[in-house]
Write a protein of this length. Sequence first.
Length: 391
Amino acid sequence: MAGTPIKVPGKYTRDSSKSAVLARKILKRPRGRPLKQQSSKLASHISQSLSTTARESKVRTMRNIKSRRNMSQLEKLPTELLEAIFFYCLNLNFPVCSPIIGGKLSGESVYSKTIIAAFDPIWDGWYGQSIIPNSSLEMNHTGSGNLRSAILKRRWARVPVLIRSQDLWVRKYAQGRPFPTTIIQRLWNGPFGNDICGSGIKDVDPKTVSAVHLFDNDFAKFCYIFRRAEQTSDFIMKIKHLSGAMMYDHVNMATGTEIPNTLLVGPWDEEAIKFLYWLVMGGARIDWLTSTSGEAAIIGYKRAVRESRIEVIYLLLLAGIKDKLDGDIIQYVLENAEANRCFTTILMMMSPERILPSLLLDEMLVFKNSHEHENDFEKHMLIEELFAWFE
């Protein structure tokens, strides 16, 4: 009878000869127990699964919102009750606390009611009236500017939604008030009246078009003015008068309402410029004391200078950059702005009146006489033209 085989630990060890050790070193395998070889079928299956394309992201709706846990009692409430709770507290974190609650509170009607509830004190007190942005006139308003600032930072708070909400408010509460004439409409019929024949932009009747259409028409005129400024030297002079004129703002924003940093820093597509235009022309200003908007605005101003975005530069100056112009910013403009008509336009927009500020004049002379910039002949010529025009 044969004996029972006994497994002896350590009997079947690896070959420790020099040739075997050298062969293992050549393979450069990691230390430790070697992995079990996969079968050819399993390897082919894994390679096929990795080669498949990634799944397309699904649109988030109430039908495909799934959760591994059971819904809470709050999530089971009807949409009408959830809306009532939200409008009572107006806490923008409430829809974010649950994907189910967020889905139920994601309709445009909810957005419009939220905007109207937040901006009603301002619109009720100032709709149809004008103020001088740099005057000492105080805006008596109630409510919290933090709520309005938080709304403006939401992804759903876009210009069409804001304007449609204001239009709904006007129909409900301000039908008998006079319709306000915008800044661009007055400028269009004033200093730029002789230069608009070939623009193709026609005036629209506020009583027959929607608020969004009226705003788009207003914004198109605003952009046309600055496009012409890049093409015609005569318009550069008029841009100077535009920047130094006593412009009146219609109040859509309360003091303390923050401009979102994404609009201040850039980049700026057409939608972003529209949003910035609506905010600044509506009275929004940079808060230099209680937020970081000032630092973001300076970064955005320098970026707009590099990209020759004079419409953005104009809006940022009006929003408050003009009050913080110092030697460093002016020197940055002189060094980084392109040597074209925009260069002169940017410098002229820094001059509130037909007198060069002493700080701007000093920095221009330093730039012109410095050896570091002695080869910037085009900028030197533009500076000489600017000096001649201001004489």
